[in-house]
Design a protein around this ligand. Structure first.
Ligand code: DQA
Length: 137
């Protein structure tokens, strides 16, 4: 089983960025934990702050991986192009968010990704990623 985690804008700052919302653990530290927790799965990770690069990541993983876990950050709420990319690929995509976007500002309630995703997990902090991996078992 091969899973690609794709993180979007500002998620490179996890651990530093608004720790009251996103916690104080870096994604790099959590990624090490995830690989130890699921030793039988090949888990890869990429991150970009650039919309088009996220689309390229989706195309690259979207025909050969078992699953993609996508946290598109704020592009979730603005990017028709990322939604189209999720729709265009064959690999199932789980949309994740650390925070419960429905308990936040109204502009975060819309997602251009959800309708093309296999499922959506939000509100469990970094654990949202582990729950998304478990959904593939
Ligand atoms: C986020 C939620 C988005 O609304 C926000 O823009 C982010 C992070 C989350 O993981 O909770 O950058 O995707």
């Amino acid at each position: 089983m091969k899973i690609m985690i794709i993180n979007g804008p500002n998620l490179n700052l996890l651990g530093i960025r608004e720790p009251d919302k996103y916690g104080n653990v870096t994604f790099e530290a959590y990624y090490i934990y995830l690989k130890e927790k699921f030793p039988e799965i090949l888990i890869e990770h990429c991150q970009s702050n650039v919309e088009g690069e996220l689309i390229n990541f989706l195309h690259n993983a979207g025909f050969s991986y078992t699953g993609i876990i996508l946290n598109a950050g704020a592009y979730t709420h603005t990017s028709i192009a990322i939604g189209d990319a999720v729709s265009a690929i064959k690999t199932p995509v789980i949309e994740v968010h650390l925070t419960n976007v429905f308990a936040r500002e109204e502009f975060r309630h819309n997602s251009f990704i959800s309708k093309h995703a296999k499922g959506v997990i939000c509100g469990f902090g970094l654990k949202s990623y582990a729950l998304a991996i478990e959904s593939f078992f």
